[in-house]
Design a binder for this molecule. Structure first.
Ligand code: C5P
Length: 235
């Protein structure tokens, strides 16, 4: 459905307007990394991310975390609330890895005593730099109250999803969420929650089952996403 012009087309998803309240999100097979330096098309990837995201949004909703999710449309689309995305990537980390280890002297794989919540400015031209509250306020991209809510939402998602994945043999290492404002002014978890936006390690072998498989050219990325979907019981 929906082959008119997208409202917005990102690196891996296109958004189409349904009406003032609703949008259709089309998960494409594109996969990118390094701010567009790597780009490939992997058949079945859009399907798996739409499927996994839909299931995780349902899990979040059931446990009291508000999301933009309305309905999954087979195979690779989702109907969601029309929101205005706050240009802040809310990153939550349980284990130190990735950019945290490139920028700070953490040993890769260290279990953090407390989850770290990090805000990055969602702006490709500036390379998504890390924010602090004063910079976010000065840029007028969020209010003090919204920053507090962003942090709370990040921690709540972490609590729910850490437990959810732990029970199916997967460690939630870290993730990024985006928060949107609905037409009635509520903050909800938006965008996607998928192996593109989370690091997921097999609990036993610590093998990556997420986009790092692609970033580091470690093999069949779609095959890994499929294993995640199977463990989640959606395949
Ligand atoms: O690269 P970094 O270690 O900062 O990533 C932390 C987490 O946020 C990872 O799960 C990564 O997949 C996710 N992320 C993302 N989109 C970005 C940056 C990071 O989904 N633009």
């Amino acid at each position: 459905i929906m082959k008119n012009e997208p409202l917005y087309s990102g690196k891996a998803k296109s958004i189409y307007k349904i009406d003032d309240e609703k949008v259709l999100i089309d998960f494409r097979d594109d996969i990118t990394a390094g701010n567009g330096e790597m780009h490939d098309v992997k058949s079945g990837k859009g399907y798996l991310n739409a499927l996994i995201s839909s299931k995780l949004f349902e899990v979040l909703e059931q446990q009291g975390a508000p999301t933009h999710f309305i309905e999954y449309i087979k195979p690779n689309q989702m109907i969601a609330k029309n929101v205005e995305i706050i240009p802040i990537e809310v990153i939550v980390r349980n284990i130190a890895t990735g950019s945290l280890c490139r920028r700070f002297p953490f040993e890769d794989g260290t279990v953090l005593e407390n989850p770290i919540v990090q805000f990055d400015y969602k702006n490709d031209d500036y390379g998504d730099p890390m924010l602090n509250d004063d910079i976010a306020l000065a840029l007028k991209i969020a209010t003090k109250e919204e920053l507090k809510q962003l942090k709370q939402l990040g921690l709540k998602v972490n609590e729910i999803l850490y437990k959810y994945f732990d029970e199916i043999g997967i460690t939630l290492v870290d993730f990024k969420i985006e928060i949107g404002k609905t037409t009635d002014g509520k903050l909800v978890i938006a965008d996607e929650v998928s192996p593109d936006t989370m690091r997921l390690w097999d609990k036993e072998t610590k093998e990556a089952m997420d986009k790092d498989v692609y970033r580091k050219s470690m093999g069949d990325v779609v095959g890994k996403y499929e294993i995640v979907a199977k463990k989640m019981g959606c395949l």
